[in-house]
Design a protein around this ligand. Structure first.
Ligand code: GAR
Length: 197
């Protein structure tokens, strides 16, 4: 079966959704959970589950992204992943890393791409008065939050939504979308999966 490395920086609810789906006859297994933040909640959860973990703090590398990425690669090597899933990993990756993993690395982003690359996606959707919002899973390329879209889940924005209420509803959809897309991706299916809440 395919070995999947999952990268995160925070609570890791998407990582948990992926790990919980990768059981039984699933064609993939988590081989390592990697964080750039030592006390990320997702690291503690993975450790308790007996999943290998790695922490690569970005701070000692300063602006030297190539050196940070070399450290990521060194931490990954013993786990021999076939694929990488970014799940709330809040560091930009350069072409040096994304080219190495081209076609083998995917990300979840909390907007209906190509809208709202980058940060504060929920506030931006509200500011623009969007009727619908959601999340996307895409292949990772050197351009931030770009790359072929593998799936999207959309939902209706409510008149009384705040960035927080919207984020919470989108997150529920992220947990539906990401495992479903990973299953298809492992099976070689790159046709976009479109879900509606
Ligand atoms: C998720 O909403 C994910 O889409 C977003 O961070 C959150 C992580 O939550 N990712 C990005 O913004 C990537 N630029 P989680 O740690 O609970 O999965």
């Amino acid at each position: 079966s395919a070995s999947v490395a999952i990268f995160l920086s925070g609570g890791g609810s998407n990582m948990r959704a992926l790990v919980e789906d990768m059981q039984g006859d699933h064609p993939a297994r988590p081989c390592v959970v990697l964080s750039n933040v030592a006390d990320a909640g997702g690291i503690a959860w993975a450790r308790e589950r007996g999943i290998a973990t790695e922490v690569v703090d970005h701070r000692p590398f300063g602006d030297d992204r190539a050196a940070f990425e070399a450290a990521l690669s060194a931490a990954l090597a013993p786990h021999a992943p076939d694929l990488i899933c970014l799940a709330g990993f809040m560091r930009k990756l350069t072409g040096g890393f994304t080219d190495t993993w081209a076609g083998r690395m995917i990300n979840i982003h909390p907007s209906l791409l190509p809208k709202y690359r980058g940060l504060h996606t929920h506030a931006r959707a509200l500011e623009n008065g969007d009727a619908r919002h959601g999340c996307s899973v895409h292949e990772v390329t050197a351009a931030l939050d770009d790359g072929p879209i593998l799936g999207q889940a959309s939902l209706a924005v409510h008149p009384d939504d705040t960035p927080e209420s919207l984020a919470a509803r989108v997150l529920v959809q992220e947990h539906r979308l990401y495992p479903a897309v990973l299953r298809r991706f492992v099976a070689g299916d790159r046709t976009p999966l479109l879900l509606t809440a």
